[in-house]
Design a protein around this ligand. Structure first.
Ligand SMILES: [Zn+2]
Length: 100
């Protein structure tokens, strides 16, 4: 039987390494997708549907699907280079959106 303590040094380092940081909704909600690290980006991609979250098409802010402004419910004016179908509250105000 091993008398080694748990966690041993190797395990301890693994647990604390950035790669094994447990991710949850709180890790990514209200962040900008563009600012996420690769691990967080893949967490977002894998869980986006299940967690019912989405990103603003303008600034990549991550919010609940129900908190975002969708073109099915709001008039989202086109800007000179883009048409949006989903915006966060800030960008919605910035582009001058209005309820349908
Ligand atoms: Zn935005």
């Amino acid at each position: 039987m091993s008398t080694e303590q748990w966690p041993n040094k190797e395990t301890y380092e693994l647990i604390n390494s950035r790669d094994l940081k447990p991710l949850n909704l709180k890790s990514i909600l209200y962040s900008k997708y563009d600012d996420l690290n690769p691990q967080e980006k893949s967490f977002y991609t894998l869980n986006q549907e299940k967690l019912e979250i989405n990103t603003c098409e303008k600034c990549t802010f991550i919010d609940s699907t129900y908190e975002l402004f969708w073109d099915s419910d709001y008039l989202l004016p086109d800007t000179k280079d883009k048409t949006f179908s989903c915006l966060c509250e800030c960008c919605y105000e910035e582009v001058g959106g209005s309820p349908q």
